[in-house]
Design a protein around this ligand. Structure first.
Ligand SMILES: C[S@@+](CC[C@H](N)C(=O)[O-])C[C@H]1O[C@@H](n2cnc3c(N)ncnc32)[C@H](O)[C@@H]1O
Length: 261
């Protein structure tokens, strides 16, 4: 399966699991593909051919894809922007990254978000308690070489083309609200932050939210797949055998390489 790679990166991105999720879902596209935890969007952008509801509490990823949908930003605009800001980054150095970070934390513009997402240290998306993006610079002033810009623009183009031939809705909302809209023809792919692991997303995740998610999914009307972690060298996820133990399980060994691709 040829996988569309989105232009926004985030921790826990499931690029390498898209084929497995596709095989497991056996989705007939009759209802709505629902993703309450959109993240980068890589799963839904590949599997939702017609209608989809893509939601997340991170307002910046949703704003970015909405701007692509509304054509407030286009691949050509992205190319111009990255060329201009990338050239300044090469000339001025890290100080320019921090100037853009400050501007983003004041104005929250989607293009600044893309710039930071693709130029930050280790490609992580992390915010402080006040919601400010706080990842340092990748320390490569020549980050936006022409080949890198072309790669990002191609990724944006692939998503842009799909957005404009599908009925996709993007929303900033809590997973409970998103799941509550599901009907029996729909399919939910739920990929929450991993419970018991310390990953910095826009919002924290804990046992209470995991229990709420279990309740929403098991009482909901749609079929669903949940992604979570099973074990690592040190620990096992007790929720796998406890809370989620009543559902069939498929395990896949999977490594995350946090780093700017
Ligand atoms: C593991 S990531 C999803 C990764 C995504 N499947 C991908 O492949 O890129 C989890 C996402 O859940 C979002 N999130 C965290 N708490 C949430 C909540 N209470 N409701 C909705 N989304 C939430 C985070 O902002 C993050 O984007």
């Amino acid at each position: 399966m040829k996988v569309i790679i989105p232009p926004i990166k985030c921790q826990g991105i499931k690029t390498r699991l898209v084929s497995l999720i596709s095989d497991m879902a056996r989705w007939d596209n009759r209802g709505i593909w629902i993703e309450p935890f959109l993240g980068s969007g890589v799963v839904g952008f590949n599997l939702a051919r017609r209608r989809a509801l893509f939601a997340d509490t991170n307002p910046h990823t949703i704003a970015f894809y909405k701007a692509l949908q509304d054509q407030k930003i286009t691949p050509a605009i992205i190319k111009d922007f990255l060329q201009t800001e990338g050239t300044t980054l090469s000339r001025v150095g890290e100080a320019h990254y921090y100037a853009i970070r400050e501007r983003f934390n004041r104005e929250a513009a989607p293009l600044d978000f893309l710039f930071l997402n693709r130029a930050c240290f280790n490609g992580v998306m992390r915010f402080n308690r006040k919601g400010g993006f706080n990842v340092p610079c990748c320390r490569k002033p020549d980050r936006f070489a022409q080949a890198y810009i072309t790669k990002i623009v191609n990724q944006a183009t692939a998503v842009y083309e799909h957005i404009h031939c599908s009925q996709w809705e993007f929303k900033v909302q809590q997973f409970t609200e998103t799941i509550a809209t599901s009907t029996p023809n729909d399919f939910i792919y739920a990929d929450p932050p991993y419970v018991g692991r310390h990953l910095n997303y826009f919002e924290s995740w804990d046992e209470i939210k995991e229990a709420k998610l279990f309740q929403s999914l098991s009482q909901g009307k749609a079929r669903f797949i949940l992604s979570t972690w099973e074990e690592n060298t040190y620990r096992r996820n007790s929720f796998i055998d406890g809370l989620w133990g009543c559902f069939p399980r498929v395990s896949q060994q999977h490594f995350y390489h946090v780093g700017a691709p």
